[in-house]
Ligand binder design. Structure first.
Ligand code: BV8
Length: 231
């Protein structure tokens, strides 16, 4: 099982949550904008922020880190990727077995009444069924995670033999608790991060460096025999 965070998309040019926000958004902390209260207070501000991030994500390309995880999936019999990212890059990299724990920025929901999506006017950002606002189909702080996604992530972490924690600062819960479930069920915990985190001292292995450089090497050395001439 691999849990990924914003760090795996950094080499695709997408800012992480730790990175200072740029331009228009430099005045806000992501945690301030990614809440239902913020949307209630100022739906245009929050919608514009997500529109900007959606544009960034669409312009970005999956990097060798995303591609290596898609390759890992093809090389092992049982694999699950759980991502905290809402950018959709893992899917574009070809990963199939995936759980988007915090949703996806390219999908929408009706904010007021959660109406079904066939009556969404994406241009106006309105739900034609109830006239309400459309919001990104992501999990905001203080909101419950989708039950099926959380259950799959918990099941995967409790059944895996190897748990990778990649490009995440391991501070946002319940995602930050999955490694512990894996560890408690006898899994090997491997961290890949350019900096040390709260998990570093608790992991069995912690590789310091960029995911887009370490993951291709790891996949090559473990799964691609010399003769195959690498990734
Ligand atoms: C909930 C979607 C409750 C939206 C996101 C227990 C203790 C304390 C607090 C809580 C707790 N339980 C719940 C909470 C509250 C809260 C929380 O955890 N707060 C934190 C801040 C303390 N959790 C919630 O609110 C969750 N909901 O608990 O509901 C509930 C219960 C019952 C009933 C009702 C409600 C919801 C959490 C989900 C929020 N949504 N995203 C959007 O994206 O806009 S979270 C968002 O932030 C991301 O998805 C991700 O999860 C998180 C950011 O973390 P990372 O991805 O790790 O990114 P970060 O920038 O922090 O770090 C990047 C890392 O990469 C760094 O370590 C860096 O060194 C590394 N890196 C950088 N470049 C590279 C690299 N590594 C390798 N290679 C590189 N090139």
């Amino acid at each position: 099982m691999a849990l990924t965070g914003a760090g795996i998309s950094a080499e695709s040019g997408l800012a992480t949550f730790r990175d200072a926000q740029t331009g228009l958004w430099s005045k806000f902390r992501p945690e301030e904008l990614a809440t239902a209260e913020a949307f209630q207070r100022n739906p245009t501000l929050v919608s514009d922020w997500y529109a900007w991030r959606r544009e960034q994500a669409l312009k970005a390309q999956p990097n060798p880190g995303h591609l290596a995880l898609a390759e890992m999936e093809r090389r092992v019999s049982e694999f699950l990727l759980v991502t905290q990212n809402v950018d959709g890059l893992h899917e574009r990299a070809g990963t199939k077995q995936m759980v988007e724990l915090h949703g996806n920025i390219h999908r929408f929901r009706c904010f007021e009444n959660d109406c079904s999506s066939e009556n969404f006017d994406l241009d106006k950002g309105r739900c034609r069924s109830c006239g309400g606002h459309l919001r990104p189909a992501v999990v905001w702080f203080g909101e419950m995670l989708p039950v099926d996604a959380l259950e799959s992530a918990i099941k995967g972490s409790e059944e895996c033999d190897v748990f990778f924690s990649i490009g995440t600062s391991s501070v946002v819960y319940p995602a930050a608790d999955l490694w512990r479930r894996a560890k408690n069920n006898g899994a090997i915990v491997v961290e890949i991060n350019k900096d040390s985190t709260t998990l570093t001292a608790l992991a069995d292995y912690s590789f310091r460096g960029k995911a887009g450089q370490i993951l291709p090497q790891l996949v090559r050395q473990v799964w691609i025999p010399e003769s195959a001439g690498g990734l």
